[in-house]
Design a protein around this ligand. Structure first.
Ligand code: NAD
Ligand code: IPM
Ligand code: MN
Length: 350
């Protein structure tokens, strides 16, 4: 049985996943690793970004780790065949509805952020992004010609009570093991789905999680507060689109988008999907300079959450801190190391 299925993907995806392979060879040599094409590279070979066989392999593995997908090469592919559509199909197919995106500022990087050291030092903030619903998946969805000229494009945001409740439950459970506070972000002032979101979270809190502090915030204010004073937050739960945006903002608090890992989880016992939150970075792809730490830290999350290897995860986490403490920096962090040299620095620290 495959323990870990690697989906390197496109652009810098294969470059950062190569470093995960190197780390795994040293840290967990017995791990059964398999690999499939995914995204644009799958489209080029098979005509689709995610084959049925690859999805079946993902569902049969204990954990899936992807690099990144997409790029200008596929910008004009039909929308349902685009690399990003493959990623959405993978998330939906694996039913990984809760996306944990931790924004952690390592001490060694407190000066790498574009924000002041005192704002980000010691930051440990977790975004729980709903991942299989909302405007990413709602129907109807189309672009059509308008008789009077021009076109009309429609996307639909849909959330059900059950979808909101299950992701909010994950946030409350996580908060109990952390600083016991959940902030729920939506736009209940303008959106019906936001109104329902607030109601469902409020009800669930009263019913099952009254011991956890709950705060509601409008998503635009949340974006501002994350930059102004991120340390006020512990766990933030939000919908698919707001979670996408708020987690990129949070990434910059940690020094670089190249630092943020993520774990997408479904029902207990099902495989998790692990991915750096960054994309395929076409502007630096092929140069060997991408930061592999988001991918390596995503592997760390996979070891911890899906592969039952907490000890190896602890070792890897400590090695990343040691490498950063010793001054290892890729270009995005203000240094000069290549992707491979950063991987080597982590392995040396192991
Ligand atoms: P991006 O995350 O690829 O890049 C944004 C910026 O961050 C770029 O300047 C890039 O060089 C930099 N960056 C990202 N990761 C880095 C790393 N590991 N090390 C150093 N610098 C890094 O976002 P984008 O440019 O908006 O999107 C490019 C493509 O990636 C698009 O096709 C998009 O759809 C796709 N994308 C995929 C994923 C994913 O697969 N999970 C996530 C986001 C974007
Ligand atoms: C992410 C990405 C994806 C998203 C895209 C590539 C579909 O931006 O994982 O954050 O929007 O979810
Ligand atoms: Mn994103």
């Amino acid at each position: 049985m495959t323990d870990l299925l690697l989906l390197p993907g496109d652009g810098i995806g294969p470059e950062v996943i190569a470093e995960v392979r190197k780390v795994a060879r040293v840290l967990t040599p017995d791990l059964q690793i398999a690999e499939r094409l995914f995204g644009g590279s799958s489209y080029d070979e098979h005509g689709v970004p995610l084959t049925e066989e690859a999805l079946a392999a993902a569902k049969a593995a204990k954990a899936v780790l992807m690099g990144a997908v997409g790029g200008p090469k596929w910008a004009n592919a039909p929308r349902d065949k685009r690399p990003e559509a493959g990623l959405l199909a993978l998330r939906a197919g694996m039913e990984v509805f809760a996306n944990l995106r931790p924004a952690l500022c390592f001490n060694a990087l407190a000066d790498a952020s574009s924000l002041k050291r005192e704002v980000v030092e010691g930051l440990d903030f977790m975004i729980v992004r709903e991942l299989t619903g909302g405007i990413y998946f709602g129907s109807p969805r189309f672009i059509e010609d308008v008789p009077t000229g021009g076109k009309r494009a429609v996307d639909t945001q849909v959330y059900t009570t059950a979808e909101i409740e299950r992701v909010a439950r994950v946030a409350f459970e996580l908060a109990r093991g952390r600083r016991n506070k959940v902030t729920s972000a939506e736009k209940s002032n303008v959106m019906d789905s936001g109104l329902l979101w607030r109601q469902v979270v409020t009800d669930l809190h009263a019913r099952d999680y009254a011991d956890v502090e709950l705060e509601h915030i409008l998503a635009d204010n949340a974006a501002m507060q994350i930059v102004k004073n991120p340390k006020q937050f512990d766990v933030m739960v939000t919908d698919n689109l707001f979670g996408d945006i708020l987690s990129d903002i949070s990434a910059q608090l940690t020094g670089s988008l190249g630092m943020l890992p993520s774990a997408a989880l479904g029902e207990a016992g099902k495989p998790g999907l692990y991915e750096p939150i960054h994309g395929s970075a076409p502007d630096i792809a092929g140069q060997g300079i991408a930061n592999p730490l988001a991918a390596i830290l995503s592997f760390e999350m996979a070891l911890r959450w899906s592969l039952d290897q907490a000890e190896a995860a602890d070792k890897l986490y400590a090695a990343v801190i040691k490498a950063l403490d010793s001054g290892a920096r890729t270009r995005d962090l203000g240094g000069a190391l290549t992707t491979a040299q950063m991987g080597d620095a982590v392995i040396a620290a192991l």
